[in-house]
Ligand binder design. Structure first.
Ligand code: HEM
Length: 378
């Protein structure tokens, strides 16, 4: 089973080959917690995350070796399971720096990145506060859902009294590849997703589009990234009654191979100029790949790392299904640029609804003996 080191110059879980399963959680600090509690929490989370990603129980005595008359330190459901490629990635939301009343509870308001604020409202957004925002986030990815859930459960338990769970999302079936070694998976519309994603091997592009650089400011975030989370409902019943021609036109790619409608195979670059009958472009003006392509967005690209979800059904008997969109970028402006194009003109909008939104600053990696986000408090 895969195993990724927790310590390093960047946090794992970003350019790491996307695992199959996700448990994502957003937290708010307790009302009476201050700077000392926040730092202690990040220290405790760091130690526990390092243990779990190495396949160990948390705490000194783990799940079954501790005091017989005390609750076990580790909840125990990952005993005997391999690491399963577990990565645990931490981020800081805008409200951590300044709360709704403008208060600087943790003494870090002066260090809030200028670009870290709630994302703007996009046309069509129907955001539910119950699946939006948060002061802290943890993304746990693994190839075994039990391993990802164990991680979030134990980190939530460690936070008890200091931070509470605000919302969380389970994901199955990655909807992107982040390495050229991976086969392209499919989303719940049945299309290959992740073909033209930024890939770990493209180091120049990763540096230019994903990692915050030294000069970008603030200094504590260098080597980190910005994480956008969007919970996107898919009206799959409507989609499933849509003819294949329309389905392909919506994306601008074929459903089988994932090739651009301008011709070629999956990894052929789309040609947005080629026209067909009636001088119409083969990739429609409203096609998702045209509007999201860097050539349409001043060169902006995103490292997408989303997951499918099916959370039971809604009160009308429709599957509560969709795509939990996650993207990492050097600046939130990259996402805002692309989503502004999509929100206005994307043919896909007839079949989707954005219902949750959050933005986090993801600090650089952790050095051995340090803790996540340490530079923010130095
Ligand atoms: C490409 C699906 C939402 C950004 C694609 C592709 C598919 C797809 C099938 C083509 C294959 C690929 O290159 O990965 C979806 C679905 C969505 C969704 C089903 C919602 C439920 C979004 C959002 C954004 C986005 C919200 C960003 C704001 C992109 C980008 C590309 C892409 C940047 C690559 C374009 C290129 O360089 O060719 N998406 N997408 N997508 N999508 Fe989405």
């Amino acid at each position: 089973a895969a195993n990724y080191p927790f310590y390093g110059s960047h946090q794992a879980g970003i350019v790491t080959p996307a695992q199959d399963r996700l448990h994502f959680a957003a937290f708010d600090m307790a009302g009476d917690a201050g700077r000392a509690e926040l730092i202690e929490l990040l220290q405790d989370w760091t130690v526990a995350a390092a243990a779990m990603t190495a396949g160990r129980d948390i705490g000194d005595f783990g799940a079954v070796s501790g005091n017989y008359d005390a609750p076990p330190e580790d909840t125990g459901e990952a005993q005997g399971l391999p690491e399963s490629g577990l990565t645990i990635t931490f981020g800081f939301g805008p409200a951590l720096f300044r709360d709704a009343q403008g208060a600087d509870r943790f003494g870090i308001a002066g260090r809030q990145p200028a670009l870290l604020s709630r994302l703007p409202h996009f046309p069509g957004d129907m955001l539910d506060p119950a699946s939006s925002d948060g002061e802290l986030c943890i993304q746990a990815c693994a190839d075994d859902p039990q391993v990802a859930v164990h991680a979030i459960r134990n980190l939530t338990r460690i936070a008890f009294g200091r931070a509470t769970l605000r919302w969380s999302q389970l994901g199955f079936g990655r909807t992107s590849s982040t390495s050229t070694a991976q086969a392209t998976p499919r989303n719940l519309f049945g299309f290959k997703d992740g073909t033209a994603n930024v890939k770990a091997e493209e180091t120049a592009t990763v540096n230019e589009q994903v990692w915050v650089q030294g000069g970008d400011g603030p200094a504590w975030l260098a080597g980190g990234s910005y994480l956008v989370a969007r919970r996107i409902r898919m009206t799959i019943e409507t989609w499933d009654r849509t003819i294949l021609r329309e389905q392909e036109a919506v994306f601008g790619r074929t459903k089988g191979e994932g090739a651009p409608l301008s011709g070629g195979t999956e990894f052929t670059e789309p040609d947005f100029e080629i026209t067909g009958r009636g001088e119409k472009p083969l990739i429609a003006d409203t096609a998702h790949v045209r509007l999201s392509h860097p050539s349409h967005n001043g060169g902006a690209a995103l490292l997408r790392r989303g997951y499918n979800f099916v959370d039971g059904n809604d009160e009308l008997g429709r599957l509560n299904a969709g795509l939990f969109f996650l993207s990492y970028q050097r600046s939130p402006e990259q996402f805002v640029t692309v989503q502004s194009q999509l929100a206005k003109n994307d043919a896909l909008n007839e079949y989707i609804r954005h219902v949750g939104s959050a933005l986090f600053a993801v600090p650089a990696g952790v050095r051995q003996g340090g803790y996540v986000g340490e530079a923010l408090f130095a």
